[in-house]
Design a protein around this ligand. Structure first.
Ligand code: ATP
Ligand code: MG
Length: 566
């Protein structure tokens, strides 16, 4: 491609609203432009990287036995109503009406469409298993679109769905997809880790997220400092190793705590540790209210609450709801004397507390010498977030945290959709069975941004060769000089003949501008045709290391081939 005839609008200034490096550099290097919040155009360079990533995804999916198809982005509401997600998905699902007032959704994901397709087309166990994928734009009206392509409202996803007649078959394909994902992210050059994403009822082997390690990641990974254990912090269980001290239980006392609301305020006021306080939070779990207790120095993990109650929605009660249900404000809640209609559940750590502190459900008062079991009833489970320094859930080593960007997700769905939507087949004995499903997503455009986030320096992007928009950036320093221009043209054509991917900077710009743009764009190898063109000598520069050397034109091809294979 000739730079004079393509669109690479580079910027010298850092765009004001781009917070993270990948977003800034992809804009500055002219790979993309924003159209609306979370909605982007891929410009020619961005489109090429996207295609490279897609190609890697395609090759590995095909190799793993998944077959490509393409489903519509426009999906009828009826399908989502059948699965129930029309009502539960919430405002993230973009909805619209056609001219006949029929309702539609823009595809946020395709479980419904593919399940309805297989329901109609597959009737016998003989046609199973089937594993199908597509690469396509998805639409999600994210609450906070941000960080450019990392969280868009329209973005490119690869989504695959597998259908099975047995759990073993699903397990097998799940493992194949897991391996394919590992190869995909390796080929993209990413520093990533596969983490357990759901401990659920099945013991944590049934969904993994692929996380690119990055300071700007929105997810926290809890990993063991000694074993291979790694899980999303949302899902990491805390081992119950609390032991009750043998200090004598003292008499419950109600004390005045004027204007003291937070754990820190109350602890300071009563001169106790936060760990001696009970934190009480009122949650709305689907349509009932639950008081959740954790130790004052711990945080409630609402995902664990959600899983425990097998609920679809878990939210903190609003101040108004709290007032109605508990007859007091949020900062005064406690488990003593709570009405029967409110279930009280507590983290294991609470059970081991002796002579603790809790709210008295009355403004300006707390109880001291609170002893669980004696003073209130609760059901005990693991309800808190794991913390750094906690014992690793596999019993080996202690937990450390790292930040990650979720680029992929493999998930055993089971019969959630096939049962709701009647996707059944006849088994060997002629009995009707729901199909067992798995689903497997990759954020393709997010992966592109994650690569940019890991591969850059102070001058710009530094693409790994596998996903770089071009392999070679050929720069003619002075296009007005006949020898330089002619040699540039000649090398451009001969490298293209040899199937190199070449971007030729044939613009009438100053050398400084060309070099700065070239560093910003980040193609792995630069060939500069300059002063020694008449002698048949050019300069080769490696973007990553900055090393450069002179090469005679008849050695150029061999040099480039060797450098690219490194
Ligand atoms: P997140 O927790 O980041 O919102 P998710 O759990 O909603 O992700 P999935 O529904 O599993 O994501 O989608 C599959 C993949 O699509 C994710 O692993 C991620 O890489 C990508 N993805 C999801 N939402 C977005 C988005 N708003 N912009 C870009 N990529 C996304
Ligand atoms: Mg999401």
């Amino acid at each position: 491609m000739r730079q004079s005839s393509t669109l690479i609008p580079t910027l010298r200034e850092v765009p004001a609203d781009a917070e993270v490096t990948s977003h800034q550099l992809l804009l500055r290097a002219g790979f993309m432009r924003q159209n609306a919040s979370g909605v982007y155009s891929f410009l020619p360079l961005g489109k090429r990287v996207l295609q490279k990533v897609e190609q890697i995804v395609r090759e590995e999916m095909d190799r793993a036995g998944s077959v490509e198809l393409l489903m519509p982005a426009l999906q009828q509401a009826e399908l989502w109503q059948e699965s129930g997600r029309w009502y539960s998905y919430g405002p993230e699902l973009m909805r619209m009406k056609d001219r006949h007032s029929r309702e539609f959704a823009l595809g946020a994901t395709h479980e419904e469409v593919i399940t309805s397709l297989l329901r109609d087309e597959v009737k016998s166990y003989k046609r199973l298993p089937l594993n199908l994928y597509q690469i396509q734009a998805k639409f999600r009206d994210e609450k906070r679109p941000r960080f450019g392509l990392l969280r868009g409202r329209e973005f490119i996803m690869k989504d695959a769905y597998s259908f099975h007649a047995s759990q073993e078959s699903l397990d097998q394909v799940y493992d194949q997809m897991y391996a394919a994902y590992s190869r995909i992210f390796e080929r993209c050059g990413l520093n990533f880790r596969a983490v357990i994403a759901d401990s659920g009822a099945m013991g944590g082997k049934d969904t993994h997220e692929f996380m690119v390690l990055s300071e700007i990641g929105e997810d926290t990974i809890a990993y063991s400092d000694t074993s291979s254990y790694a899980a999303n912090i949302e899902m990491a269980p805390v081992i119950n190793t609390y032991e009750k001290s043998d200090v004598a239980e003292e008499e419950l006392v109600k004390v005045e705590t004027p204007a003291q609301h937070t754990i820190d305020e109350v602890a300071a006021f009563l001169n106790v540790e936060a760990a001696a306080c009970i934190k009480s939070l009122l949650f709305k779990v689907d349509d009932r209210f639950v008081l959740v207790l954790v130790r004052g120095d711990h945080e409630v993990n609402d995902i664990k609450v959600k899983n425990y109650f097998e609920a679809s929605v878990v939210e903190l009660a609003t101040p108004q709801e709290t007032k109605e249900i508990m007859a007091c404000a949020v900062g005064s809640l406690g488990p003593i004397g709570v009405s029967e209609s409110v279930e009280v559940v507590a983290d294991h750590a609470v059970k081991a507390m002796v002579n603790g502190v809790c709210g008295a459900n009355e403004e300006g008062y707390h109880y001291t010498n609170v002893n669980p079991e004696r003073d209130f009833k609760a059901t005990y489970e693991d309800f808190r977030f794991i913390e750094e320094g906690d014992l690793s859930p596999d019993g080996q080593g202690v937990i450390k945290f790292a930040k990650g960007i979720e680029v992929g997700h493999v998930f055993k769905l089971g019969t959630r959709y096939s049962e709701a939507m009647g996707a059944t087949y006849l088994d060997e004995n002629g009995r009707t069975q729901p199909m067992i499903m798995g689903c497997y997503g990759i954020g393709v455009s997010r992966t592109l941004a994650a690569i940019a986030e890991q591969y850059n320096d102070e001058k710009g992007l530094v693409w790994p060769a596998n996903v770089s928009p071009y392999q070679v950036h050929l720069i003619t320093v002075n296009t007005k000089n006949d020898e330089q221009r002619e040699l540039g043209e000649k090398l451009y054509n001969s490298l293209l003949d040899r199937r190199f991917e070449v971007l030729l900077d044939d613009r009438q710009e100053r050398a400084g501008v060309k070099f700065a743009d070239s560093d910003l764009i980040g193609i792995p190898l630069r060939v500069t045709v300059g002063k020694r063109a008449s002698e048949g000598i050019v300069e080769v520069k490696v973007r990553k290391s900055g090393e450069s050397f002179e090469v005679s034109v008849d050695q150029l091809e061999a040099t480039l081939t060797e450098l690219l294979s490194k």
